[in-house]
Design a protein around this ligand. Sequence first.
Ligand SMILES: *Cc1c(COP(=O)(O)O)cnc(C)c1O
Ligand SMILES: [Zn+2]
Length: 409
Amino acid sequence: MTFVQGLRCRECGRAYPAHALQACEWCFGPLEVSYDYEAMAGAVSRQRIEQGPLTIWRYADLLPADPTSPVDLGAGFTPLVRADRLASCLGLSELWVKNDTLNPTGSFKDRVVSVALTAARQLGFKVAACASTGNLANSVAAHAARAGMGSYVFIPSDLEAAKVAASSVYGGRVVAIRGSYDDVNRLCAELAGERPEWAFVNVNLRTYYAEGSKTLAYEVAEQLGWRAPDHVVVPVGSGAQLVKVHKGFEELGRLGLLEEAPHVRISGAQAAGCSPVASAFAAGADAIRPVKPRTIAKSLAIGDPADGWYALQAVRSTGGALAAVSDEEVLEGISLLARTEGIFAETAGGVTIATLAKLARAGAIGPGETVVAYVSGHGLKTAEAVGARPSATIAPSLQAFAQAEEAWQ
Ligand SMILES: *Cc1c(COP(=O)(O)O)cnc(C)c1O
Ligand SMILES: [Zn+2]
């Protein structure tokens, strides 16, 4: 049982049934899941949530898929870590890291895929597919295996080795495309038309998929004692994650689950080599101009972001900010988080931490704010970005070690 009423166009408001539809036939606007919030408010409570499983499915009442047999590897309810050592480096007083490196396939994509494939199975699909910058492919391949579904995942051919391995091991088809993610995405949009029997999680199932990211807000609020933070920093690829984090906090307020009404400033993080949304923010522009990505943050390398405009509105309407950081700053961000808090993030996490540092320096984050940084993927996925550098390579002798120690003085 769900509280889904149907789908609705985000632009013109037209209503559609809850099928595998993504765009409005009338105005081509993107569709969104609509809920019966009155009925939902009557059913949900903090207590009911707290008695649920330690996964995203504790928030099943707020999600668009029936939780009685979820496609579930245990995504969600990841640690929210108080990061005092990092905070003091950045001049912040209360900083938390949402450690989504600890999801089943090592990124936040497990949240969205678990929701999308649960909905897909209920809609009768037997094959899962996606257009991916890497992490989505890992997660779709794994969840499809768990569900006994076939899978076809499409990735750019220049991905990190670990992401290719972590897609192919599950036994589905992994198709590497000579081109950028935007080329992959265009091909998949065409393929989705030819193969309507495939559940493309981020094409024809996108409305369901995107809703999974709302759990990033629900969990943070619950982990802070049913309190919304003052400010969050979210990495931006397509922009869907950021938009849904905003929506998640708004919904908790609307359902009366928080101590006080939420006033969360939403800030976005991009890599300078692919920063169409941050550039529009800096220019005060309304339109997002597509770019050709060139960055080590491959999981964020989307030159023409589907939810970019909505992300920009969420940032502006909440008084947040967007910034972009260089690849060197990304590496420094990865290293800073690892050295201060013992968390190894992938390049997208480096983007988030480096952007957090930049916004703090610029005064865009207030020193007294409760801040949450969303660290969305595990560092072993992009190990080649940091390289393997032993402090020394020596012969197995005490003398050799003594020499190495001397060299470190
Ligand atoms: C996909 C991805 C993002 C970006 O999410 P969007 O919803 O595309 O904005 C951020 N971090 C990681 C690790 C990702 O894999
Ligand atoms: Zn419409």
